[in-house]
Design a protein around this ligand. Structure first.
Ligand SMILES: Cc1cc2nc3c(=O)[nH]c(=O)nc-3n(C[C@H](O)[C@H](O)[C@H](O)COP(=O)(O)OP(=O)(O)OC[C@H]3O[C@@H](n4cnc5c(N)ncnc54)[C@H](O)[C@@H]3O)c2cc1C
Length: 410
């Protein structure tokens, strides 16, 4: 199988890889498609893992990106439990960990991201949990019980979603965040403040500007988390959610250009014209923001899958979308669009105290650059359109909820 003529090999059978395979067939790729994935499952969705799956509200079939029959019907050779170990760009082959060599005409790298690990004394104790895949989620499920004391290290989206799910299960939850506010890297101060207040109202204890010095325990079992200020927070289990880095080792070893992920252009092409990179593992240009960004979101994974499949099938590549993201925590539906780079003004529309508001980020010329909405979907939708059209808005009218949002879109 080393002659790769007519074959697309996708490395990584996650959200991006699974979507790319489907788009390739949709856009008319008639050749072979081989998808190599380390996990033992067909492509599935990760967002429910910290939300509905943890609470036991959805079945396995609800997580699947597509039913297993889809891959059979579309002649997509999905090799689960298989890892791509090396790429030979000169020969255009990829070698699996079991020694199987597969040739490609085009390759799509969709290797996702890998979790950052906590480097403190005591990390060998148990249970110290993390959440990237379904196996991790099932481990958390097995540990979480009513009355259980869970300490979550990291106040990012995944940590906060698990906090909300754990409270729903009846656990006692403490979140430890190193920064002075939650979601410090990814949300505005106004949103962080609201999320903090809401979690505290729901019973989550949150320690800000607090770093972990050690995990403490006895006989191999976690007993607590010691903070740098000397306090110890009692714990039966610890979940570490301190972010992820691009899974770009395979690409680096093959000599592809990487910088916070595998560098790609607007068609998801890497520095090798035969190789594409999509999803969490890639760093892509956003002309809307005049910079390259690595995003970890479903929207990004699907859009780049579309770009790569379009290019491979000789179709026009869609223009870059407005990036978007969502998170569900308790009764808060958070919806974000755009990226808040170089913003001059922040406008709050709605009432944070009522749990329904949106934060608009404007450039110095009044152009909408990003929006963050809490239980305010129409504002999120309108904001997304405004960002794409570079709409200039009047900040005073935007802050006035009696002015219909649609009037501001013109
Ligand atoms: C708990 C959780 C909650 C999330 N919630 C949200 C949300 O609410 N909204 C949102 O937009 N996004 C959310 N995300 C992020 C979103 O799921 C990711 O951005 C998305 O899965 C990225 O898709 P991907 O295909 O790039 O990576 P992944 O889905 O991670 O897939 C990569 C796959 O590649 C495999 N792989 C890696 N290296 C190799 C190799 N050498 N050979 C073979 N296979 C390999 C991996 O095992 C993995 O299966 C969440 C993520 C997590 C973990």
């Amino acid at each position: 199988m080393t002659d790769g003529a007519g074959r697309v090999v996708i490395v990584g059978a996650g959200h991006a890889g699974g979507s790319a395979a489907a788009f390739l067939r949709q856009f008319g790729w008639a050749g072979e498609i081989v998808m190599i994935g380390t996990e033992t499952l067909m492509p599935y969705q990760r967002p429910p893992l910290s939300k509905a799956w943890l609470k036991g509200l959805v079945a396995h079939a609800d997580l699947e990106l597509r039913p297993p029959t889809f891959y059979q019907t579309n002649h997509i050779d999905v090799r689960v439990g298989a890892t791509a170990a090396a790429i030979d760009r000169a020969q255009r082959t990829v070698t699996q960990a079991d020694g199987t060599v597969v040739g490609y005409e085009r390759m799509i790298l969709a290797t996702g991201s890998r979790l950052r690990r906590l480097a403190v004394p005591g990390v060998e104790l148990s249970p110290i949990l993390e959440l990237r895949d379904i196996a991790d989620a099932d481990k958390i499920k097995g540990v979480l019980r009513p009355g259980q004391r869970l300490v979550i290290v990291g106040g990012g989206y995944v940590g906060l979603e698990v906090a909300a799910s754990a409270i729903a299960i009846g656990a006692t939850v403490t979140v430890i965040e190193r920064e002075a506010r939650l979601l410090a890297r990814v949300a505005s101060a106004a949103l962080s403040e609201h999320v903090l207040a809401h979690h505290r109202t729901k019973g989550v204890t949150i320690e800000l500007a607090a770093s972990v010095a050690a995990i403490e325990g006895a006989a191999g079992k976690v007993a607590g988390v010691r903070l740098a200020d000397g306090r110890t927070i009692a714990a039966d289990a610890v979940l570490v959610g301190i972010g992820a880095a691009a899974n770009d080792g395979l690409a680096r070893a093959a000599g592809l250009v990487c910088a916070d992920g595998i560098k790609v252009d607007a068609a998801a092409r890497t520095s090798d014209p035969h190789i594409y990179a999509i999803g969490d593992c890639s760093c892509r240009p956003f002309t809307l923001y005049w910079r390259d960004v690595r995003l970890e979101s479903v929207g990004n994974a699907v859009e780049q899958a579309k770009q790569a499949a379009s290019d491979i099938c000789g179709k026009p590549v869609p223009l870059a979308e407005v990036p978007w993201f969502w998170s569900d925590q308790f009764d808060m539906r958070l919806q974000m669009a755009g990226l808040a780079f170089d913003v001059a003004d922040t406008v709050v529309r709605g009432a944070p105290n009522d749990g329904k508001f949106a934060v608009f980020h404007l450039k110095d010329d009044g152009c909408v650059q990003a929006v963050e909405a809490v239980n305010m979907t129409p504002e999120y939708m309108a904001g997304r359109v405004m960002i794409g059209k570079r709409t200039v808005v009047d900040a005073v009218r935007l802050a006035d909820v009696t002015v219909p949002i649609k009037q501001l879109m013109a």
